[in-house]
Design a binder for this molecule. Structure first.
Ligand SMILES: Nc1ncnc2c1ncn2[C@@H]1O[C@H](COP(=O)(O)OP(=O)(O)OP(=O)(O)O)[C@@H](O)[C@H]1O
Ligand SMILES: N[C@@H](CCO)C(=O)O
Length: 327
């Protein structure tokens, strides 16, 4: 590696990587900004570092359905993430070529932006020949997303619990036989759960788009204490239901922290969730919506529930998370 530009950062030699990154669903009902689950629909990106200056971006629609608004310049999300991660690693690229094959629908609640961020960070680490560091990836994802529930799922696969540490000192005397984890460094962390093998997620993908920023704007500053208590109980129950007791999923996916505040932005989503839950299906808003997530054990939604306006698809739980191959 040689150094380049005024920054003194080591310029990466020409090489390329191909990254596969899964979609994700977040919140899973009561775990607002906390629970995520990786889903088996994938974006692929190829990134090449070039010896000559310049930036080329090629974006193709591999099933995302509507990627016209994605920029083809330095403001492209993956390019911004690559640059940020190169800075973090103390390296730089003289020229860059990016190819994106987008299959995850944008602005529907299936974590497309988090997948783009995770793919960009993973590509940058591989190009710099560095092993991926989970907490560092989550830290960069938080800079772009503000929360890391989707990103942790796309990174790790399976179901995840993401949490933020505000720098409390680590426990002086960890419980006997257990090393203390968390509590030392401020920042985001995530723990992976192995979902029960009978859980078969089905998503009802809305035709309508909805921006995460816009619907976060509908949330109140504070919630009633009774709703916080309700959420703590259901989120705890959800860990058990997701890993060991899928028969508890309907109770475990009930939410009082965000869904009803956001419902005016997408009434059809709210109606579909109500109809599914009345039929005994564990349904919740997928991420910030408007897609509906149903956690089933048969991969179907009842035929008498009206799903018009939505494309209903079974998506398996992805267990690999992001993967990277050298080109
Ligand atoms: N693969 C991508 N490449 C480039 N830009 C993207 C990509 N995915 C998302 N974006 C940008 O992020 C915006 C959507 O972000 P938003 O967070 O609102 O939705 P989402 O990530 O699809 O859903 P959610 O976060 O609710 O699960 C898009 O309009 C686009 O500008
Ligand atoms: N937890 C986030 C997920 C958005 O992708 C939200 O509900 O706003």
């Amino acid at each position: 590696m040689s150094t380049s530009g005024d920054s003194g950062a080591a310029a990466l030699p020409p090489r390329g990587v191909r990254v596969r990154v899964p979609a994700s669903t977040a919140n899973l009902g009561p775990g607002f900004d906390t629970f995520g689950m990786a889903l088996g629909r994938y974006d692929h990106i190829e990134v090449r570092t070039l010896a000559e200056p310049g930036l080329t971006i090629d974006v193709s629609d591999a099933g995302a359905g509507g990627i016209e608004d994605v920029p083809r310049d330095e403001s492209h999300l993956v390019v911004r993430v690559l640059r940020r991660t190169f800075d973090h690693l103390g390296v730089s690229a003289v020229g860059l070529a990016l190819r994106c094959e987008n299959a995850i629908p944008h602005a529907r609640g299936l974590g497309s932006s988090a997948a783009a961020v995770v793919a960009g960070v993973a590509a940058a680490y591989a190009l710099a020949d560095q092993p991926l560091d989970t907490d560092a990836v989550l830290g960069i994802a938080a800079e772009f997303e503000g929360h890391v529930d989707n990103a942790a799922a796309s990174l790790l696969g399976g179901a995840v619990i993401a949490w933020r540490d505000e720098g409390e000192p680590a426990a002086a005397s960890p419980a006997a036989g257990h090393a203390a984890r968390g509590g030392a460094a401020a920042g985001w962390h995530a723990e992976r759960l192995s979902p029960h093998s009978e859980i078969r997620p089905v998503v009802a993908i809305a035709e309508q788009r909805s921006s995460t920023d816009a619907t976060r704007g509908l949330l109140p500053e504070s919630v009633p204490h009774a709703d916080a208590v309700f959420s703590a109980g259901r989120a705890a129950l959800a860990v058990h239901a997701l890993t060991a007791a899928p028969d508890l999923l309907v109770a475990a996916t009930a939410d009082r922290l965000h869904q009803h505040y956001r419902a005016p932005a997408y009434p059809a989503t709210a109606h579909l969730i109500e109809a599914l839950r009345k039929s005994g299906v564990a349904a919740a808003v997928s991420g910030a919506g408007p897609t509906v997530l149903a956690l089933t054990t048969d991969g179907r939604v009842p035929e008498d529930v009206d799903t018009s306006g939505f494309r209903v698809v079974e998506l398996p739980i992805d267990s690999a998370g992001v993967t990277v191959a050298q080109l």
